[in-house]
Write a protein of this length. Structure first.
Length: 375
């Protein structure tokens, strides 16, 4: 590799392992033990990558003795291929982490199947009528939730599913267990429903919202729900009293929201910068209350976000393929990639060493950061 080519390499090239799938990546999940990442694709396949890096950054870093300059050499060996399943259905499939190293995949046949890290299907965990369009698993209560678009089902044992009683809200297309597993939030066409998972008597709260939900996420302490909306920004819901505040002013749909426990902050996509708010002064009385100026303002909206599990860092993926990492409340950014396919999914590993990336052009990647990069 010549000197000019070396100078053009980005952090994404130097630190990442990248693959190209035949179709767009729609979602991704790390396994619970952090050993694997599963990427779901528009063509109905799921591809799995091992997280362990055969050439970790630390083994390729060199510090010159005279100037103390740190450099990293490119990888010398080709990246091991992904393990890809056959098509499990038409279109993208809902995906969740399951048990220690596996995944749950919802199929058009109404089956939630246990996909092992080796790419084999172990068994069917839940079987319902109609295609599964949303799926989630709570390790705290060993419970699976699945929706076929009409009904929501809970299962504590293989194949044993209980239909939740639903009356007023429209079909559920987004599911999220609370951190302790005691409640299930369901995003619907017209609002949000919250169930206690120890009963099927009906929702304990039904909360109408101003637009269709795109995503829903619990705060780490289970006291708040952040709901991305197709129009009008995002909704912040106080679980204790069902109070709803809508944070507006977003030029694009809010397709992703995430919570930063180290920063005690909430972030949302859909703006021309990383939009975040401190929860010490939550945005209950206007969009600027508790606002955190994080990262740089640009001309392209943020498509997705992921908060570092242990540090005050937030990763952002943009519609033009740009990937950046910023310290919460600081304008400076670390540019990981400047251009590429629109970023559709981001997630940090549990130890914060790896950032998984999915993009609309089929790019699936794991970027591994040296320990000394984030101090």
């Amino acid at each position: 590799m010549n000197q000019h080519a070396l100078q053009n390499l980005t952090l994404f090239d130097l630190l990442g392992r990248s693959w190209r799938r035949p179709s767009a990546i729609t979602d991704l999940r790390f396994s619970a033990d952090g050993s694997a990442v599963a990427f779901s694709c528009v063509d109905g396949t799921v591809a799995i990558a091992a997280v362990a890096d055969p050439e970790p950054p630390e083994s390729r870093i060199r510090v010159s003795g005279d100037l103390g300059q740190t450099t990293i050499r490119p990888r010398e060996k080709p990246t091991a291929p992904l393990i890809a399943t056959a098509a499990l259905g038409d279109g993208d499939l809902p995906l969740a982490s399951y048990l220690h190293s596996g995944f749950l995949v919802g199929t058009p046949a109404g089956e939630a199947v246990h996909l092992m890290a080796e790419g084999d299907i172990a068994h069917t965990v839940v079987k319902v009528d109609g295609p599964i369009i949303a799926i989630e698993y709570s390790p705290r209560v060993a419970m699976t939730a699945a929706s076929n678009g009409r009904d929501v089902f809970l299962s504590r044992a293989q194949g044993d599913a209980t239909r939740l009683q639903r009356e007023t809200l429209s079909p559920a297309h987004t599911l999220e267990f609370s951190p302790n597993g005691r409640h299930l939030a369901c995003g619907c066409e017209t609002g949000l429903a919250i169930w206690a998972t120890d009963t099927d008597a009906g929702p304990i709260a039904e909360i109408p919202l101003s637009a269709r939900l795109t995503t829903v996420r619990w705060s780490g302490d289970g006291t708040w729900l952040a709901c991305g909306l197709e129009t009008g920004g995002f909704a912040l819901v106080s679980v204790a009293d069902s109070r709803v505040t809508t944070v507006a002013g977003f030029p694009s749909p809010v397709r992703a929201v995430c919570w930063s426990p180290p920063g005690n902050a909430l972030f949302a996509s859909g703006a021309f910068r990383i939009a975040g708010w401190s929860m010490t002064a939550p945005p209950l009385d206007g969009e600027t209350s508790g606002a955190l100026e994080t990262g740089r303002t640009g001309l392209v909206p943020v498509e997705t976000l992921a908060a570092h599990p242990h540090k005050r860092l937030i990763a952002a993926g943009y519609a033009n393929g740009r990937i950046a990492i910023a310290q919460i409340g600081v304008r400076d950014e670390l540019l990981v990639r400047a251009l590429g396919g629109a970023v559709t999914a981001l997630a940090w590993s549990g130890d914060g060493r790896h950032l998984a990336v999915g993009a609309v052009d089929g790019t699936a990647a794991i970027v591994t950061f040296p320990a000394q990069m984030f101090k």
